[in-house]
Design a protein around this ligand. Structure first.
Ligand code: SAM
Length: 271
């Protein structure tokens, strides 16, 4: 199934609360904070934006990058498919007293740059973990909106020891942690063929976490047994089996998860 068919406005409106309430734990919140900080420092040290830059943030979510960029750049526009995400982003910028920000509620694939006066309108066109940047057209549109740099990043590895064990036990197959790699290869190929010279860099993280074995933890891992769009169905179908499995491997009713992730930064000059 095409990622755009799964990643609809309704899907992301529904997920907005989870994003704003710091995901599911303090660990996830800190992990995201480190990522925001690292990406922002990377952009400034590589010279992708400065005090005079106008920036477009595609798939801006609740505005965690916007608030950082707006404090150090001339103007930032956040674009998102989800109205609810943008409501949070607006609150976030107001709370920080930022006035050099604007918002567009649109799916990236639907926006006609010319109609919005957005051709070559930005010094940096930025997209972090945005499912709307999944096709050749979406990359080309980033280049057309930029008069300087484009930057996009996405997972090329997302491994979880526990998810893998649950997958093996329930579905009989390992979890494919490297699903993002093909898409990165296609994007690099496409940009080269289109006359751009993309750079790649990687951001690595690893963590360890102990989970209490209970119905909530079982539902979390059950939900991941299949497509993200079928999460509720997967929870109903697999929760009981996952709970018994976790109980069988738990020590003092706890299980340990080790995770490793790799995010690829793909960035190029549009002119
Ligand atoms: C995984 S979140 C990433 C949020 C933020 N950029 C970050 O790195 O933490 C993906 C965001 O992209 C938005 N999104 C998904 N599909 C989109 C599309 N086709 N056009 C614009 N935004 C989209 C979602 O609403 C969500 O806010």
């Amino acid at each position: 199934m095409d990622s755009l068919e799964v990643h609809t406005k309704e899907f992301w409106d529904e997920r907005s609360k989870k994003w704003v309430n710091n995901f599911e734990s303090e660990e996830s919140r800190q992990e995201n904070e480190r990522r925001y900080q690292y990406v922002d420092e990377f952009l400034t040290t590589q010279g992708l934006y400065n005090r005079d830059s106008e920036i477009l943030d595609i798939g801006c979510g609740p505005g965690m990058f916007i608030t950082r960029f707006a404090q150090k750049a001339k103007k930032v526009t956040g674009l998102d498919i989800s109205e609810k995400m943008l409501d949070y982003a607006k609150l976030n910028t107001e709370k920080n007293g930022l006035t050099n920000v604007g918002f567009i509620n649109m799916p990236w694939q639907d926006i006609v740059l010319k109609d919005y006066g957005l051709e070559k309108a930005f010094d940096l066109v930025f997209a972090s973990l945005c499912p709307g940047i999944s096709s050749e057209d979406s990359l080309l549109k980033m280049s057309l909106a930029s008069r300087g740099w484009c930057f996009t990043c996405s997972f090329v590895r997302k491994f979880s020891s526990l998810k893998n064990m649950v997958y093996q036990h329930i579905l009989g197959v390992p979890f494919d942690a490297d699903w993002g790699q093909e898409s990165l290869g296609r994007s690099v190929n496409f940009l080269l063929k289109s006359g751009y010279y993309p750079y790649i860099s990687y951001y690595d993280t690893s963590a360890q976490r102990a989970w209490e074995v209970n119905a909530k933890t079982a539902a979390r891992f059950a939900g991941h047994l299949g497509s993200i769009k079928d999460e509720d169905h997967n929870i109903k179908k697999y929760s009981d089996a996952v709970l018994s499995y976790l109980q069988s491997i738990a020590v003092d009713n706890k299980i340990t998860e080790k995770t490793e992730a790799k995010i690829a930064f793909l960035y190029w000059r549009s002119s």
